[in-house]
Write a new protein. Structure first.
Length: 208
């Protein structure tokens, strides 16, 4: 998983509350078991019309937001079903950070597992960020996870809090598989002892 330290990128304002996971990635695109290619279907119902043509008024269809790495939205982002395809689609599009006043719990947890920083900031701050990034010329925002600040276009720094463990996971680019493999020697030792004591049980070996 790609580490997240400091990100300076285009921030796309999406002033909508209760964006659910079916809006982020509609159910008809969940047939795939891989993460690659989901970005083109991100917000499909909002980005495209019934004929599959881009809606020119949707933010991600306009410059400079086609290259957005940060998304700014309103309350309860990621509600609805628990589909992990939602952060997969965001990441495949190029979004590494979502800023909103609040998030649905499962979506929030899934973001950390996929290298995305879900950043909860007060509603007034989100409104201000959306207003200035909506101007286009001030669309770039810096998110510094090491220092735990968001830097606005005017240089103002906004401090944020984050769970220390989750912060470290993103800084080091670790996921659950990586964490498990760090205990590979202990697991191999345990399995070797179990093979001797219970030779009839199947053994599954971890591979790095």
């Amino acid at each position: 998983m790609q580490a997240f330290t400091t990100l300076t990128g285009i921030a796309a304002p999406l002033p909508v509350a209760n964006i659910d996971t079916d809006q982020i990635i509609p159910a008809r695109f969940l047939k795939t078991l891989t993460r690659a290619g989901l970005g083109k279907s991100l917000f499909a119902g909002l980005r495209y019309d019934a004929d599959g043509q881009e809606r020119p008024d949707f933010v991600l269809n306009r410059a400079p937001y086609r290259q957005a790495e940060i998304l700014i939205a309103l309350d309860n982002f990621g509600c609805g079903s628990s589909r992990e395809h939602a952060p997969w689609a965001l990441a495949d599009f190029g979004v590494r950070c979502v800023i909103a006043p609040s998030f649905a719990d499962i979506f929030y947890n899934n973001c950390f597992k996929n290298g995305i920083l879900p950043l909860a900031l007060p509603r007034a701050v989100c409104d201000a960020l959306m207003e200035e990034t909506g101007l286009g010329a001030n669309a770039r925002v810096t998110v510094d996870l090491e220092r735990q600040v968001v830097v606005r276009a005017n240089g103002e720094e906004i401090a944020f809090e984050i769970d220390p463990g989750r912060r470290q996971i993103l800084l080091e680019g670790r996921d659950e598989i990586t964490d498990t493999l760090t205990h590979g020697q202990a697991i191999d030792t345990f399995e070797a002892l179990r093979t001797t004591a219970e030779p009839w049980r199947p053994i599954v070996h971890l591979e790095s």
